[in-house]
Write a new protein. Sequence first.
Length: 282
Amino acid sequence: MSLFKKLEDRVHTIPLKERIEQALFRLNTQKAKLEQTSMRLQQRDKEMFQRTVGAELSKDSSHARLYANECAEIRKMAHIVLSSELALERVILRLQTIEEFGDIMTQIAPVIGIVRETRGRIAGVIPEVANELGEVNDMLSDMSLETGGVEGDQNYEIQSTGGEAKKVLEESGLIAEQQMKERFPELPVPGARESQQQQPKTAVETKVPVAVAVAVSEAGAEAEIPRSSTLQRPFEDRLLEYIKSRNGEISISNCSTDLSVGTDEIKRGLERLRGDGKIVIE
């Protein structure tokens, strides 16, 4: 005798398979309602988004902020609806498997958890759907208890399936988040255009043109130029090489970073090199 027949004879006058079909019908009906609600929310968001952009272009930051906040609230609702829709789709697929193969205990327990959690999430958005899901959840709970009556040692398995239900809901939420990015354009930041226009331009540091003066002897070799202090030569030599590598035009701030020396020391080094006659600052 099949499992369905055992349950039919021992517990309920309506065959278990028929009750699964009823649950599937009601779940598909609620899923369709969620799809319609999702489309209406998307249309409403589109209207608010266009108003946000229009207010931004008109430099009406107060209304732009108002419309943008409304868009944000609409998108919160849309995420709940979409993730609930995806969760119900998983429930429907699981029940179809149960209907075909009759593996009640290992399949229906996580389904109950998903329906219960989805009902809680959607209650504040679409109470009608939440109420219907509550009735479906009662139907599924009855089936679970009846199956437990036949296979009493499997009660522990029902208790341990909360993790699977939670995983399904988390996956549905992640997929919904990705689809939200595809369906809803990124909101402009109210007032960003005005602040960008009013923001003062950052001063650009002028590069210092430096001509490197090299004294050459009659024999063609570099003539030694008097030095102000031999203790300061290593840094000044590095600075002079840096100037040569930049073709005689340097930025003091960049030079300070590249040589790991303060800007004041760079300026003093330039003055010493100029005093030694090694460079000419134009």
